[in-house]
Design a protein. Structure first.
Length: 396
């Protein structure tokens, strides 16, 4: 049993990185991520964390630094938000293609222009195709636990992971968090195995230019071309669901908490209608479900915790046999609709039963989203009225 502290999700993420014994940290400050980097820098300065903190001039350089450090066998950490994440875009691809087990805290914030420092999930959702696993947290406890789980998963499959949590709603809100003991984390997360092959005496070229087709190496062994590397990454991300499940189950045995691996549910045992969402917004949906239950509507919630790899099987199973499904999300795939609804509907395409579906874009740029709004929007779908729109109180 650890100790209960009243802390923000930013502090929780920083403490998780410390408990995971990270060796190299590099980050560039951006609201609302900045306290994560400040707390880690203070830990390094006062000696409570034995790590190298690399000061850089931009987010692009921050991620480049931890890619390089990870390639030579260090356990690394970084964090960012919004336009800082977008500035990393090239290096996101580089990290995934290099198969380095980086863990990055992404504190969700709306993307400029126009400028906002407040929350939505457009920043990370827009980077879903860069080859990173993405975890979305509903509270500060999940943020701390997910960082710890992320290192175990990332280091076993050699794929980087974003741990995403909502700016200000979680990043700057203090709640009780069970901070585990160091020995407990050490028992869950073994020391990093160095797979780099770099010993300090061997000259080698990391990530050289590669040709399109497989070619033999000097010993005559056929080596993969570019497309084979892409296929390996795709297949390993798809297969990572097993490692994510295993990590959550083992975490539960040691710490007594489970987060549902890829998908979690609330009051879905007898539900006829579901609300689907991610992050803290999914927590708001649970309050809306309670309200609807009080009104005689059998409503429940399906929360998507892992957005990439997309939990296709879990989504289909969770929504099977329902009358209606209403999606709520803080992002938009411009020119179409919300990315979560779009992906889920594609997953359900081959299902024998397809429920009536509505989808709403909500809360962009920090716009307040209340449980009663979510309940009223869901009732419209329950009543047979389908909508695919941007939800505001004026729409109800």
């Amino acid at each position: 049993m650890g100790r209960i502290e009243i802390i923000t999700a930013n502090t929780a993420a920083a403490l998780a990185a410390k408990l995971c014994r990270v060796q190299v940290i590099s980050a560039y400050p951006i609201t609302p991520q900045t306290p994560v980097t400040e707390e880690l820098a203070e830990m390094v300065e006062n000696g409570s964390l034995k790590a190298e903190y690399i000061t850089v001039e931009s987010e692009h350089s921050a991620l480049a630094s931890v890619v390089a450090a990870s390639q030579v066998g260090a356990r690394v950490f970084t964090a960012t938000s919004a336009n800082g994440l977008l500035y990393m875009h090239e290096m996101l691809h580089w990290a995934a293609g290099s198969r380095v087990p980086i863990v990055m805290a992404c504190v969700n914030r709306g993307v400029g222009a126009p400028w906002t420092i407040l929350n939505d999930q457009q920043d990370t959702v827009s980077q879903r195709d860069t080859g990173w696993i993405q975890i979305y947290c509903r509270n500060s406890q999940e943020a701390l636990d997910s960082v710890i789980q992320a290192y175990r998963v990332a280091e076993r499959i050699q794929i980087p992971i974003m741990v995403c949590y909502d700016g200000f709603i979680l990043s700057h809100t203090s709640t009780p968090v069970d901070v585990p003991l160091q020995e407990e984390v050490d028992g869950f997360l073994p020391p990093l195995e160095d797979r780099s092959g770099i010993d300090g005496h061997t000259l080698m070229n990391v990530n050289p230019l590669i040709l399109s087709d497989p070619r033999p190496d000097p010993e005559g062994r056929l080596m993969p071309g570019y497309m084979e590397f892409r296929h390996r990454l795709q297949q390993d991300i798809l297969d990572s669901v097993n490692e994510i499940q295993s990590a959550d189950e083992e975490f539960s045995k040691i710490f007594g908490r489970s987060w549902g691996a890829s998908v979690w549910t609330y009051r879905m045992d007898d539900a006829e209608h579901a609300m689907v969402s991610m992050g803290s917004l999914a927590s708001e949906c649970t309050l809306a479900a309670d309200q609807l239950r009080n009104e005689g509507v059998k409503a429940g919630v399906v929360g998507v915790r892992v957005y990439r790899p997309f939990p296709r099987v879990e989504i289909v199973e969770s929504l099977a046999g329902l009358k209606t499904v209403t999606f709520f999300e803080k992002d938009v795939s411009y020119g179409y609709q919300g990315a979560l609804a779009m992906d889920a509907k594609a997953a359900m395409y081959d299902s024998k039963h397809r429920p009536l579906i509505s989808s709403y874009i909500v809360g962009l740029g920090g716009r307040d989203v209340r449980p009663d709004q979510l309940a009223q929007a869901t009732l419209k779908c329950v009543g047979g009225e389908t909508k695919h729109c941007w939800l505001d109180v004026r729409d109800l």
